[in-house]
Ligand binder design. Sequence first.
Ligand SMILES: Nc1ncnc2c1ncn2[C@@H]1O[C@H](COP(=O)(O)OP(=O)(O)OP(=O)(O)O)[C@@H](O)[C@H]1O
Length: 605
Amino acid sequence: MRIQPIWVGRVIAIVAAALLVIYPMVSDDIYYQNMIILSLVFAVGASGLNIISGFAGYVSLGQGAFIGLGGYTIGVLAGKMPDTNPWLWVPLAGVVASAVALVLGFVSLRSRGPSFVIITVAFLFLVQVIAINWVSLTNGTAGLTLPLPTWDRDIINWPFYYVLLGILAVQVLLTWWIRRTKLGMGLIAIREDETKAATIGINLPIEKIIAFMASAFMVGMAGAVYGYYLTFIDPRGMFSILISVQLVLSMLIGGKGTLWGPVVGAFLIEWLNEMANNDWGGGNARLFLFGGLLVGVVIFLPQGVLPAVQSALEWSRTRGKAGLVGARIGTGGSLASITDRVQLVDRAELPDRPILEVKNLRKHFGGVKAVDGASFAVPEGSITGLIGPNGSGKTTIFNLIDDTIRADAGEIWLDGKRIDGRPSWDRAHAGLGRTFQITRLFREMTVLENVVAVQRSFSIGQLGRIAVSGAEARAAEELLEYVGMRAFRDQKAHALSYGQQKLVELAQILMLDPKVILLDEPAGGINPVLIERMSEMIRELNSYGKTFLLVEHNMPFVLGLCDPIHVLARGRTMATGTPDEIQRDPAVIDAYLGDDFVVEEKVEA
Ligand SMILES: Nc1ncnc2c1ncn2[C@@H]1O[C@H](COP(=O)(O)OP(=O)(O)OP(=O)(O)O)[C@@H](O)[C@H]1O
């Protein structure tokens, strides 16, 4: 029997945890106990950071602030209420850290990438400056002295050690749980492609704010224990940027986005830190070491240690095997199997009314009038085409309809309700689904996860559900079967061909069960067999009541499928009609189709 790598990992984790539990009982070496205590604090900090940086992709150099805030919470309260047991302030420190993390959560709604990193550094310094200047509360640069431990000197470190170990255990459990829930899936989607995540119904502000608060809670508690353990805290030590750098390094070295990576990284970095202090003179040696390591990791080990080991094991396991990636796409399942998720009706029974309307839509990019007063309607139950020359504004109109870009002016109505002004995820919940001209799957997720990541509605309770399980996972598998991609369910999306990605993106959108499906060049860049399959699926879904609006340059595809067709030129609708009318409209021939096209079509007929 082959031993699965996951079990090897679990056994190592259990043995390591057991060794940590028994260590103070078998050794009274205070030096090593101290070292482990520091490692535990950093492990909690790095693991918390992993929730916003590893999962959600927001790298923060301000994470150390939450350790400091925890320390100051216990320091201030223990000073003001000397008769209360200081341990009671530890959970409160978590609450304080989470409340302050809310601020960073709000910042993340408006900035991302390098600018976010810079803001987090400013945030750390801001907290430090407040701690220095709010002398009446913090005693400024003179620092605060905490009560000395009152227990037996023989076990002086034990309470700190075991409470921190417990906090780390809860932190790891929290991370493990988040990764499995809808919340975790949403965070990873945000990391992979935030704009796309919003279009599949992921409520960005709420999910990010929850993540930021969750990333700081246990860290604040660990900071409080750390402060109590130090018995003296001051702003320069507690809010030093080196602590934050050490946390980021721990996460990167161990492996961001993994469960154990940040923990392993924290122990490794603390050990190096001690070596730099003891053997290489501390101070500058530490800076040199951390700086060098940061550069080295980013260049040579971008994934981190644990993922690198995992990749090596995976490589040895799959060496010489033929990949699934080149396998043929399935012939597709029947529509009957997806009725649990996708509501199907007889198209003939649908009322005669527009389901989507855009009125006087406008978007200018500087001097470029990308969309300049476009108006058209999409009748319910139709496959409506939107065609026009390159640069006529088709994709921009899609972007405006789903709020990937906010319109300058105009109205958008979906199913009788005005939706412009509402954010992307809300429009998705209202019944809008959209694919992209260049497919935008979440590359690091599996095919199945890509489909399951969709959130058809929003509730806080739903975020806590296990993502890949139950009815949701079954529905996702059925949809993948329908588009012929079930065999690829466990493949990472980045390993798929372009055509395969188009099919998975269609399954993903169907998971939303939208009232209107916007398809941006569904036949673009794929082989003729797949084009045929795509048109079959669109036709079949439409016969069961699904409405489509599609942008496409492949004229036989559009003329065979769509009715009505709107023609755009210079950001405005210049003509609307049946395929026949459009083909014969001299203005359309002149602006888009060209004389050759009409001649060819007539010969064929
Ligand atoms: N983010 C942007 N910033 C500046 N200009 C833009 C932006 N997005 C689109 N444009 C411009 O707006 C115009 C319309 O672009 P759009 O992509 O909507 O055209 P399209 O009809 O979809 O073209 P194609 O058929 O080639 O995909 C183009 O001139 C384009 O350069």
